[in-house]
Design a protein around this ligand. Structure first.
Ligand code: GLN
Length: 489
């Protein structure tokens, strides 16, 4: 049952040498052999490389020096296929990058290595992180460990499913409009989207550069605090990373009361299409936090209605520019043609899937002359209004609560032919990225039948991660949800 331990439990046992890094890795690999044929979270696993890392970790553990700056020593962690790890494939769930090997470590990967993690696999995702179900992966759809007829959410569906299936002690993904929080909610794990600039994006293949952030998926809030501490910080290789010092996020854990904290519940979260069981669980969670001493009041984010429309102009606009680099010359796959134009168009025609093409076309359209002012510029202005809504709300409260996703995990195929329905699964998560603030999702209950996880979203001020972790951990410690194990866990 080693694979079911939390990251913090595992690292405590590793430090006491009750278990070895090689045993921890083997526990993950055995669990993967057992359940991944059904879950399909992993695109690839480099077992030999992982074993070598685990062996080196065991030697270091045996040597027994000062390991205080190696908090992840020997802990197996897997990465979304969008993060660059030197010598490993980085394919973004796309045929276009099939066979591409990263020549360098991104900053987050370098930090994980420096903390001692054993990095062992690449996790499935919607192609170039565009989607909410992993159905846009060029390879296959990952399935939800709670019910394998359902999707795990997306775009980091592989990350969430791997944690829920106990195939990894934690995973690292990216969130542009909800891609960490929504799959975390649908798979019943903890997912954090840090404040824009908190974590360096160097070595993250860009989708929409003004919205993208990297963050952890974990089994507990404490594990998320540890990982956030590890991967955060200024990086001269990412000019948008913030120069602020990184607090010791673990110091925010263990609050016995939430006395003095003001929590806002979003008035506008009662939208049509909100599942009644999701709503009931979130209301119960609010009442629970109130019983822990928090002061609850309603807050208004009047421009919420426009968030999805704004996002689906700005994110495709940025994507259309970012994805121009996949030209058949510099990266990955090439389909030859008689001239450079043909080479480019044949490569992109064959390499990109339907959703990525849709986004590039949308993005190119809203940026084109004659439409730029009507769409792109206007969307930028609405983005400012959304940001102002949050600034105002955070004048009154320390954190804001809502559901993470309007429904629990939906069936494979249920929304894949209707892009608009799919886009609406991010209705509660998108504005956080537009405003650049931080957010996280934690388990807050289950639907009755079938039994599917429900996620509570907590939104915080810029660099307010500590406050969110404090609330989330107090909630977790006094509720049973995180202890439930998925049927494929
Ligand atoms: N589902 C959203 C989209 O398709 C968000 C994806 C993400 O956060 N990467 O754009």
């Amino acid at each position: 049952m080693l694979h079911r331990l939390s990251l913090s439990e595992l690292s405590a046992r590793l430090a006491r040498r009750e278990v070895s890094a090689q045993e921890a890795l083997q526990a993950c690999l055995d669990q993967i052999d057992r359940v991944d044929p059904q879950v399909k979270a992993f695109l690839s696993i480099d077992r030999a490389d992982a074993r070598a890392q685990a062996e080196a970790a065991d030697q270091e553990l045996a040597a027994g020096g000062d390991l205080s700056d190696r908090p992840l020593l020997g802990v197996p962690i897997a990465l979304k296929d969008v993060l660059c790890q030197r010598g490993q494939p980085v394919g973004c769930g796309s045929k276009l990058l099939d066979g591409f090997i990263s020549p360098y470590d991104g900053t987050v990967v370098a930090k994980l290595k420096a903390a001692g993690a054993v990095l062992f696999g690449r996790l499935n995702m919607d192609e170039f992180a565009m989607g909410s179900s992993t159905e846009n992966s060029a390879y296959w759809t990952t399935l939800n460990p709670w019910d394998p007829t359902r999707i795990p959410g997306g775009s980091s569906g592989g990350c969430a499913a791997a944690v829920a299936a106990n195939e990894a002690f934690a995973t690292i993904g990216s969130d542009t409009g909800g891609s960490i929080r929504q799959p975390a909610a649908l798979c019943g794990c903890v997912g954090v989207k840090p404040t824009y600039g908190r974590v360096s994006r160097y070595g993250l293949v860009a989708f929409a550069s003004s919205l993208d952030q990297i963050g952890p998926f974990t089994k507990t809030v404490g594990d998320a605090a540890l990982l956030l501490e590890t991967i955060s910080g200024h990086d001269r290789r990412d000019s948008t990373s913030l120069p602020e010092p990184v607090p010791r996020y673990r110091d925010f854990l263990g609050a016995t009361s939430l006395e003095g904290l003001r929590i806002g519940v979003v008035k506008e979260f009662q939208i049509g299409g909100l599942d009644p069981e999701v709503e009931a669980s979130v209301r119960q969670a609010v009442a629970h936090l109130e019983s822990l001493g928090a002061q609850v009041r309603e807050v208004s984010l009047p421009h919420s209605d426009y968030a999805a429309a704004t996002y689906y102009i700005l994110a495709p606009a940025e994507a259309s520019a970012n994805l121009a680099r996949f030209d058949g010359v510099r990266y990955g796959r090439r389909v030859d043609g008689p001239d450079p134009f043909e080479l480019n168009s044949r490569t992109r025609g064959a390499g990109f899937g339907a959703e990525v093409k849709r986004r590039i076309i949308l993005g190119t359209y809203v940026l084109s002359s004659g439409y730029y002012d009507a769409f792109y510029l206007r969307a930028q202005k609405v983005r400012t209004l959304i940001r102002n809504d949050f600034d105002r709300a955070f004048g009154e409260v320390d954190a804001i609560l809502s559901p993470t996703a309007p429904t629990p995990a939906f069936r494979v195929g249920e929304k894949s032919s209707d892009p608009l329905q799919m886009y609406l699964s991010d209705i509660f998560t998108i504005s956080c990225n537009l405003a650049g603030i931080c957010g996280m999702s934690i388990p807050c209950g289950f639907t009755q039948s079938p039994k599917l996880p429900i996620g509570l979203q907590l939104l915080g001020k810029p660099l307010g991660e500590g406050t969110l972790l404090r609330i989330a951990e107090a909630y977790e410690r006094t509720t049973p949800w995180h202890r439930e194990v998925a049927p494929l866990g």
